[in-house]
Design a binder for this molecule. Structure first.
Ligand code: GCU
Length: 598
C-alpha cells in the first residue's frame, strides 16, 4: 500500500527551528505477531468484557483511528534514536513490529502557534498515534516525516505511540533481498516542532544556471494567511529581496550579489541565509555552486573535477548499528577526509541529514541514493509511488546542500524494459524537482562472450543519466587480481565515466600473500591494479570504491572471516585500517597532486 502521504507535512531545516527533542528512552513492547495491530483476541479483559489492558481494537488499527494502549509503564525501554538490533541481543535478528511509547508535556510560547511531531526516519514503516488518535503511516526506512498535532495535544502527559515494523516486502523499496542489515526502529531524531500559525515549510536556494552571482530562490509557506510578504537576506553579503507569496503560499525570487563566493571542495564557502515569512524566521548556511557535465567532463563551477571518492553505509562500526548523529557523521566523513576524498557515495539509501550538512562544511561532494536496489517490483504501481515518495522526501530535505551533486535512483538493477521505464520515471521526477544536480544510478556491466577481458557498458538506462556509472568487481567476483591488468572497456555513452563500486574483501589483521583471498594483501593488490586500469578508460571522472568500513550483512556468514559482516571495508568492523586504506590514500594523494599541476 502506498504511504498515506495525505497527512504528512514537510518541515525542512528542522534543526534551525523551535524544537523540543523527544530523544531518550522510550518504553517498548515487542510484538512479533502484531497483536497490537491486527488481532484483539488475546488482549486481557474482565468478565464484563471491559478491556483491562492491551489494544482494544474492534478492528485492525491500520484502519482504526483510535487506540486504547497497553500499559507501557512497566515495559522495557530502548534508546531513541537507535536501531533495536544493536541495543538488545534478543532483537539482533528481529524482523517484525515494536511498539514505542513516550510521554511529553506541552507549553507553547504563543497560543496561536502550531505543533508538529517530526521523525528523522523509522525503518521500515511507522504507524503513529497521539493520545490514541492515529496521525498517519509512513513507508520508507530512510526519509523524514512529520504530522501536525496542534489540535490533539493537551498540556500534560501526551502519549505518543509508534508501531515500527521492519518486515521486508517483495513490493517494498528496497525489496526483500539486500546486502545490508535490516536495522529496525526509530533510527533518527524525534522532535516536537513549534511554528507560528503561518510558517515556512520549505525553501530552495540555488545559483542560477549560467551565472556566478545570481541566486534563484523559492519559499513555501504553510498556514491560513499565505499571501504575505516573504523576505530572503544574506546579511554578510548585504543582499536581501522581498516578494509577496501567491495564494498557494509560494514566493519566488531572483537576485544577484557581486560579492558571492562559490562553494567548492577546496573552498567550501557557506553563506548565512535568513528567511522570514509572517512571524516565522528561518536560518540556514548554504553554499552556492554549479555542477554540470560537458562531454566526458564533470564541471564544478565550470572547472573540470575528478571525484576521489569512497562508498559509505550508514553504520558506526565503533558503536555498532545505524549511524544517526553529528558525531557519527564526523567519524565517517573524517575517515573519508583522511583517505584524501573529495567525494562520498552515501549508499544505498538516504543517510541522516547530518551527513550532507557536515559535507557542506568539509567540502566533500556527495552522491545520495534511493534504495531502488536489485530486484524491485518494476510493474507494481505502488512500488513506483513508494520510490517516488522516498525520492521526493530526500530532495525536499537536502535540496539546499551544496555538497550534494548527484541524485542516484538505483543500484545494480537487472536490465529489462519494465525496469528501465521505472527508472526513467524516477529520473524525470528528480529533474522536475531539481534540475540543478546530476542524476545517475549504478548501472549494469556485461561481459563479452568472445573475450573474457572485454567489458561492455551499454545499459539502456545510460541514455537518461548524466553520468555513465557502474559497479565492477574484476579481481574479486570476476577472476583474480592479475586479470585486472588485462581488462579493456567498451562504453556506449559519451558521458563522464564513474565507477560507483569496485573492491575486495579482507579481514582486518589477516595477513598472507597477495593471492590469498580475504588477506589484507589480496585486497591491497586489487586496489593497486584497479586504479591504473580505470585510468585508461576515456572520460574516467571518478570512483567510490566499495567501501569505507566493513558493515553488517545477513548475506555474509562465512565463519571466522565474515561472521555476518561484508568485509570489503578499507576499515575493519573494529575500526582499524587495512593495508588497502593506505594504498588508496597514496593513489588519491598522487591523483590530487597531478590534477593540481594541470
Ligand atoms: C554490489 C552491491 C553492494 C554489495 C557489493 C558486494 O555491488 O551494490 O550493495 O554490498 O556488491 O557484493 O559487496
Amino acid at each position: 500500500m502506498a504511504a498515506s502521504a495525505r497527512s504528512e507535512v514537510v518541515i525542512a531545516d528542522v534543526f534551525a527551528r523551535q524544537t523540543t527533542s523527544l530523544n531518550g528512552k522510550w518504553h517498548v513492547i515487542v510484538d512479533p505477531y502484531d497483536t497490537g495491530y491486527f488481532d484483539y483476541r488475546h488482549v486481557p479483559y474482565d468478565e464484563s468484557g471491559k478491556v483491562t489492558g492491551g489494544f482494544a481494537l474492534d478492528k485492525p488499527a491500520k484502519d482504526k483511528t483510535d487506540l486504547v494502549e497497553y500499559n507501557f509503564d512497566t515495559s522495557p525501554t530502548l534508546k531513541v534514536p537507535g536501531d533495536w538490533n544493536s541495543q538488545d541481543e534478543k532483537l539482533f535478528y528481529y524482523e517484525g513490529s515494536v511498539w514505542y511509547r513516550t510521554k511529553f508535556d506541552v507549553k507553547k510560547s504563543a497560543p496561536d502557534h502550531r505543533l508538529f511531531v517530526y521523525f528523522g526516519a523509522a525503518n521500515y514503516e511507522a504507524d503513529v498515534y497521539l493520545n490514541g488518535k492515529k496521525l498517519g503511516k509512513h513507508i520508507g526506512g530512510f526519509t523524514p516525516f512529520a504530522y501536525e498535532i496542534t489540535k490533539l495535544v493537551k498540556a500534560k502527559n501526551n502519549s505518543l505511540v509508534v508501531r515500527v515494523n521492519n518486515n521486508r516486502h517483495v513490493e517494498g523499496v528496497p525489496t526483500v533481498n539486500t546486502d545490508w542489515w535490516n536495522y529496525g526502529g526509530l533510527t533518527r531524531d524525534v522532535l516536537l516542532v513549534e511554528t507560528p500559525a503561518t510558517f515556512i515549510s520549505n525553501f530552495k536556494v540555488q545559483l542560477k544556471a549560467g551565472t556566478t552571482n545570481t541566486i534563484e530562490a523559492s519559499v513555501q509557506l504553510d498556514g491560513a494567511d499565505k499571501e504575505q510578504p516573504v523576505k530572503i537576506a544574506l546579511p554578510k553579503l548585504q543582499v536581501a529581496a522581498e516578494v509577496k507569496a501567491d495564494a498557494g503560499g509560494l514566493a519566488q525570487f531572483e537576485f544577484s550579489s557581486a560579492s558571492l563566493k562559490l562553494w567548492s571542495s577546496a573552498s567550501p564557502t557557506l553563506n548565512d541565509i535568513e528567511i522570514s515569512g509572517g512571524e516565522d524566521q528561518l536560518k540556514d548556511r548554504v553554499g552556492f555552486r554549479s555542477i554540470t557535465t560537458s562531454g566526458q567532463d564533470i564541471l564544478l563551477n565550470g572547472q573540470k573535477v575528478f571525484l576521489r571518492g569512497v562508498a559509505i553505509h550508514e553504520e558506526n562500526p565503533l558503536r555498532g548499528g545505524r549511524a544517526w548523529s553529528e558525531a557519527d557523521a564526523k567519524l565517517l566523513l573524517g575517515w573519508a577526509k583522511q583517505l584524501g576524498c573529495n567525494f562520498v557515495r552515501l549508499a544505498h539509501y538516504p543517510h541522516n541529514e547530518h551527513m550532507a550538512r557536515l559535507a557542506d562544511e568539509m567540502g566533500i561532494m556527495v552522491w545520495e541514493e534511493t534504495p531502488v536496489y536489485w530486484t524491485i517490483q518494476w510493474t507494481n504501481a505502488d512500488t513506483l509511488a513508494n520510490a517516488k515518495k522516498q525520492l521526493n522526501d530526500l530532495i525536499a530535505r537536502d535540496q539546499n546542500r551544496a555538497s550534494v551533486i548527484v541524485w542516484s535512483v538505483a543500484n545494480e538493477t537487472p536490465v529489462s524494459e519494465a525496469r528501465t521505464k521505472f527508472l526513467k520515471s524516477l529520473v524525470d521526477e528528480a529533474r522536475a524537482l531539481d534540475g540543478t544536480r546530476l542524476v545517475s544510478a549504478a548501472m549494469e556491466v556485461r561481459g563479452d562472450p568472445n573475450d573474457a577481458n572485454h567489458k561492455i557498458v551499454d545499459d539502456p538506462f545510460g541514455e537518461f543519466t548524466d553520468l555513465c556509472s557502474f559497479n565492477e568487481y574484476v579481481g574479486w567476483y570476476d577472476g583474480l587480481p592479475e586479470k585486472i591488468d588485462h581488462i579493456h572497456w567498451s562504453i556506449k555513452y559519451q558521458k563522464p565515466v564513474f565507477i560507483s563500486e569496485f573492491g575486495a574483501g579482507a579481514k582486518q589483521g589477516f595477513h598472507a600473500d597477495a593471492t590469498t583471498r580475504f588477506s589484507e594483501e589480496f585486497q591491497a593488490d586489487v586496489y593497486k591494479r584497479t586504479l591504473p586500469m580505470l585510468e585508461k578508460i576515456p572520460g574516467f571522472s571518478g570512483c567510490t570504491p566499495w567501501i569505507l568500513c566493513d558493515f553488517r550483512s545477513p548475506k555474509r556468514p562465512l565463519p571466522g572471516i565474515q561472521d555476518g559482516y561484508n568485509r570489503k571495508g578499507l576499515i575493519g568492523s573494529n575500526g582499524r585500517k587495512k593495508a588497502a586504506f593506505t594504498v588508496l590514500q597514496n593513489l588519491y594523494g598522487d591523483k590530487a597532486k597531478a590534477d593540481a599541476a594541470k
